[in-house]
Write a protein that binds this ligand. Structure first.
Ligand code: RRO
Length: 312
């Protein structure tokens, strides 16, 4: 049995990795990920300069969910670019994902020019779905802007690149976003980011649980799985086959990974649960998925990827 997967012509020995933002902001956390059983890793979404992010408390966890309004705290693109280039040189077969999340088109283009001109050869995940920067709407919900960003990016960018999308909730939105994405040489699409601008209330204190934006923040964790699976499946049915899908959202155990792959994911990312459990998560998930596959007689994820059955 193998858990290997291929994206953009690169093979990963395990189809699981962290989701951007969780335990990946500094080199110590990134080293722990590189040394773990994860098949790849992604760095915290970068902006051109370092950012402190929103005021605390800015994250709160519940049994089956997390809410965050971190506000893009990160060490700046130079820090992560230096890390991925050095890691890549150290381990030539490694598979790195560098996440970038400019708060303007100009910032995104400036960062992608810098990456294009660098020695970096890994993947870039362009985050079009951060819900937590006050005054900056999620690009992924503005289809004209998504179109404009990709038009500018693919004017010059030639390295493997994918986009991180927000969750969509109407089939017409799946149709519209897929029609745009299919016009470009994207290597992958990652669905979903957190479900933005939700509100968690503490009835005892009669208060919100996080400070930024009056308590509004992005939801992750077990409760987002049905929304994540719908987005993975909805995109798998609409995107051209060259665009691979990374499924993110609601993964707690091997069964959740299996479901994401059934819906069409070639790789999965884990955010909230990776925050709870740390790098040992990838050992547990690999073991659990391997057991499920053995029981079902599958020897590779291609045996069942995208093969979800429906009633008609
Ligand atoms: O930093 C954040 O507040 C954040 C980002 Br950039 C994102 O893409 N998704 C999220 O849930 N939080």
């Amino acid at each position: 049995t193998t858990l290997a997967t291929t994206i953009g012509g690169k093979t990963f020995d395990n189809c699981m990795m962290n989701a951007a933002g969780v335990r990946c902001q500094n080199k110590k956390d990134l080293d722990a990920l590189v040394q773990s059983n994860a098949g790849a890793y992604v760095t915290k979404s970068a902006t051109p300069q370092e950012r402190a992010g929103n005021p605390s408390p800015r994250m709160h966890t519940l049994l089956k969910a997390s809410i965050n309004s971190m506000g893009l705290p990160n060490n700046g693109l130079d820090y992560y670019l230096d890390y991925v280039i050095r890691d890549q040189q150290k381990r030539p077969d490694s598979t790195n994902f560098l996440s970038v999340a400019g708060t303007s088109l100009e910032d995104n283009l400036a960062m992608l020019h810098q990456i294009q001109d660098s020695e970096y050869t890994g993947f870039v995940e362009l985050n079009l779905s951060c819900p937590n920067v006050p005054g900056k709407p999620q690009v992924g919900y503005d289809f004209d802007r998504v179109h404009a960003v990709l038009e500018h990016v693919f004017d010059f960018y030639t390295k493997p690149l994918g986009v991180k999308l927000p969750p969509y909730f109407d089939l017409v939105h799946f149709d519209q976003i897929a029609a745009i994405l299919n016009q470009y040489p994207l290597t992958f699409v990652n669905s979903i980011n957190s479900i933005g601008n939700a509100l968690v209330v503490d009835p005892r204190s009669e208060q919100v649980v996080i400070r930024p934006k009056g308590g509004f923040g992005g939801i992750g964790g077990a409760i987002v799985k049905p929304t994540a699976l719908a987005n993975v499946r909805g995109l798998a049915l609409r995107l051209k086959p060259e665009i691979k899908i990374i499924g993110t959202g609601g993964i707690i155990n091997g069964v959740d990974v299996f479901e994401h792959i059934l819906c069409g994911a070639s790789m999965v990312q884990i955010g909230t649960q990776f925050g709870y459990e740390g790098p040992a998560l990838f050992d547990r998930l690999a073991k659990e998925l391997t057991e499920i596959m053995a029981e079902k007689g599958y020897s590779s994820i291609e045996d069942f990827r995208g093969k979800l059955k429906t009633f008609d």
